[in-house]
Ligand binder design. Sequence first.
Ligand code: ZN
Length: 482
Amino acid sequence: MRNLIVIFGAACLVLTACSKKESLHETFARVNQEVLQNAQGYATLKEATSTIGHRLTGSENGHKAEEYTYSKFKEYGFEDVKFQEFEVEAWSRGDIAVTIDGATVPAVTLGHSPIHSDVEGEMVDMGNGLEADYEDNPNAVKDKIAFMYIGLLEGTPKGTHNLHRSEKTAIALSHGAKGVIIFNQVDKGVLLTGTASVTGELIPIPAVCIGKENGKALKETLKNKKNVKAHIVMTNHSDMIKARNVIATLPGSELPQERIIIGGHLDSWDLATGAIDNGIGSFSILDMARAFKANKLAPKRTIQFVMFMGEEQGLLGSRYMVDQAVKDGSIESVKYMMNCDMSGNPVGINAGGKISDTTFYKTLGAEIQKIDTLYKNKVSNGSGLHSDHQPFMLEGVPILSMQSNLDRSIYGCYHSDCDDFNLVNENHLKNTARFGTMILYGLANADKLPAQKMDSETTKQFMIDNNLKEPLIIAGDWKWEK
Ligand SMILES: [Zn+2]
């Protein structure tokens, strides 16, 4: 009898038309086995980081990365793989030289700094660089160079909410600063990049990051010495560039007109190889795509696996994809968007915001837990901005992401010159691929989706309920009346 069942089960895998329907548990069990045996995420990310290097949007490397993932989708058996090319103005760094008190200090330019800058000025220690730091003397940095910590200094009142580097830069600018020097919070001189612009437009003053140790020493100098000068010289580029999202489509078996998008940004900053941001996310998606093909998964709804470019310069690729879909009306067919940005080793799901029902995820997660208790079936329901789900969310598409359980140590290299492959954990990548495949399959094959696409008014209210109105206004992305 047992033999018969085994034979019958094996036949089910081989034949596409099989009379006995496989249970979700059986599907997950074989996906689990297959991914544990054949996962490719680690190997492909290793290959890409070592043969291509960084994946900066619009650069030759970026183009190579687009082609690399395109050919992997093909290799995995996808027939429908497309480049979605877009042309946008994008910022990239040129040269930089920073001299403080007569000595050269290692520094990197923050994104959207001017094309050319040569400023010299007195440095003023603005503490954390928050609005409160300017209260006593609003003109403290007028025509001077504002110096601040990227984090919150020891002794900062409890409950103080830190701001993003771009917001700290905007505050300094509003108080008349002619330059901004931010010091990092990561030990051993790690240098961080990322945008210093709240809108994605060029900023009129140069903004740079220096290392933690140099920053701390400088704080001491500024306590004891008057008129310490900094000299910042930089060139950058803001050129029209071409980049391509890479989209692989798996047609749905019952509801092909309904699309579930899983996406993550393939592009990275240029200081390192972006192995964590967002190698682990995008190459896990690539491996999930492989797993769908290798396991002959045929969910009801169409799945599109998307490698976005341009995320780091302001969600350029995902904005383009959504704009196009709004123009041709196909946005209506996008029923869900699952974003993977620095996600890994998932232990649960983030259901993306206040109105979606989490029962569905609890039930789905319980099935995954039956496969492996490493998955903790945590369900949260928050929403944030600043990654590729944002343009979809603004169109009312329900959002989903995974709750990560990665080593704290990797976050220190976020946007930094140490974000390299040695930080990547092979087992974590495998877990992302197997649990991610299960979550995605569960969603795409659901009888009823846990949330529905919202109309414009409901979306507006959703943003307000999730405290996203203010940050969207600051970013220039609030599309409703204020
Ligand atoms: Zn990222």
